[in-house]
Design a binder for this molecule. Structure first.
Ligand code: GYE
Length: 328
C-alpha cells in the first residue's frame, strides 16, 4: 500500500512538473511575440482585400507578431464582439478598421480601461473622448473627393447643365462621409450641377449593379446622364455593367464614370476610357501600422493622425509602367 501511495505521489509530482514546464514554455514563447487583435471591415472590395493582405504580410510570426484577425463581414456588432474578445485575451494592441463612425464610446472605453492601445486604420470613429484612440493611419477622404470634383469642374467648364448620379458607399462610414461632402460642396458651388439620383451601393459591385439596373429600367423617362460619381472602384464596375446593359456608352463622348481607390483593375478600365477619373486611395497600410506600434514600444508618442499621399488618374495618365508597378 505504502509503495502504491509513493508511486502515485511521484506520478503526481512528475505530472505537475511536466505541466508547469510546458505552461512556462508556452508563456515564454507567447511573450516573445507581440499580440495584435485586428478587427477588419470585411471583404467587400478589391481595396479591402489589398488592405488585409498588407496587414497579414507585416504582422507575421517571423516579424515577431501573433495576429488575431477577425473579419466583421460588414457588421459593426461583430466588431464589438471581436474587440471584447481581444480584451479578454489580453492582446498587446488592438487594430480596428471601423465600419461606421458612431457607437464606439463604450467598447473603446473598455479597451482603454484594460490598458490596451487602440490604433484605427483607414476609417475613423466619432467618440466624445479623443483619448480612446492612440493613433490613426489612413486617407483624407474629403481631399480625395475634391480631386474628383476639381476634374469635373474642368471637364464641364462650358456645359449648360451637368446631371450627376451619385452612388454612395456604406452609409455613416468615413470614406462615404468625406467623398459625399466633397461632392455636396461642389454641387452647391456650381449652379449648373444637379444630382439627379442618389443611391446606396455599399461599396460593392453587386449592390450597385442592382440599384443602377433598377434606376435605368425607366430609361425612356430619364434625363441625360453626364456623370456617375461612384464612391469606390467596385461600385464603378457595377455601374458600368448596368449602363452598358442599357445601351449607354461610358467614356469620352458618353457617361463619365468616376471611381475611388484606383486599384489595378480600375486603372485598366481607365486606360480603356470606361472610367474617366479614378482617385487613388492607398490600402497598403500595414507598414504604417507597424511603425506606430514600434513608436509605442519605444515609449514614444506616435502622430495622432497620419494621412497617406495619394494622386488621381485620367485615361491619358495610365502607362504600362504604372500598370506593371501597381501592387494592388
Ligand atoms: O474606398 C472601399 C472600401 O474605407 C477606404 O472601403 C476604404 C473604402 C474603400 O470598401 O473600396
Amino acid at each position: 500500500m505504502k509503495r502504491k501511495i509513493a508511486c502515485l505521489l511521484t506520478a503526481i509530482i512528475y505530472s505537475v512538473f511536466i505541466l508547469t514546464g510546458c505552461a512556462k514554455q508556452e508563456t515564454t514563447e507567447k511573450d516573445d511575440l507581440t499580440v495584435i487583435g485586428m478587427s477588419q471591415v470585411g471583404a467587400e472590395s478589391d481595396w479591402r482585400q489589398a488592405d488585409t493582405a498588407s496587414m497579414k504580410a507585416v504582422f507575421t510570426e517571423a516579424n515577431g507578431y501573433r495576429l488575431l484577425f477577425d473579419d466583421a463581414r460588414q457588421e459593426q456588432e461583430n466588431q464589438f464582439v471581436a474587440i471584447r474578445r481581444f480584451i479578454q485575451q489580453k492582446v498587446d494592441y488592438i487594430v480596428v478598421m471601423p465600419i461606421t463612425e458612431n457607437g464606439w464610446d463604450a467598447v473603446l472605453k473598455e479597451a482603454k480601461d484594460a490598458g490596451i492601445p487602440v490604433i484605427l486604420v483607414d476609417r475613423m470613429v466619432n467618440v466624445k473622448d479623443e483619448d480612446l484612440i492612440t493613433a490613426h493611419v489612413g486617407s483624407d477622404f474629403y481631399a480625395e473627393g475634391k480631386k474628383a470634383t476639381d476634374w469635373m469642374k474642368e471637364k464641364y467648364a462650358n456645359a449648360e447643365q451637368v446631371n450627376i448620379i451619385h452612388i454612395q458607399g456604406t452609409k455613416g462610414s468615413t470614406p462615404q462621409i468625406g467623398r459625399t461632402a466633397a461632392l455636396d460642396d461642389a454641387v452647391k458651388a456650381n449652379s449648373k450641377w444637379k444630382v439627379i439620383a442618389r443611391m446606396d451601393g455599399d461599396f460593392t459591385e453587386a449592390k450597385t449593379y442592382e440599384v443602377m439596373k433598377e434606376y435605368l429600367s425607366n430609361r425612356d423617362t430619364l434625363p441625360q446622364i453626364d456623370v456617375v460619381y461612384c464612391e469606390n472602384d467596385n461600385e464603378a464596375y457595377g455601374a458600368i455593367k448596368a449602363l452598358e446593359g442599357f445601351g449607354y456608352t461610358c467614356g469620352k463622348n458618353g457617361v463619365s464614370v468616376i471611381s475611388f481607390d484606383a486599384t489595378y483593375n480600375a486603372l485598366v478600365y481607365c486606360q480603356k476610357g470606361k472610367i474617366a477619373m479614378t482617385v487613388e486611395c492607398n490600402p497598403l497600410l500595414g507598414p504604417l501600422v507597424e511603425s506606430v506600434i514600434k513608436t509605442l514600444k519605444a515609449g514614444e508618442k506616435p502622430e495622432k493622425n497620419r494621412y497617406v499621399e495619394e494622386s488621381a488618374f485620367r485615361p491619358e495618365d495610365i502607362t504600362e509602367e504604372l500598370l506593371a508597378s501597381r501592387k494592388y
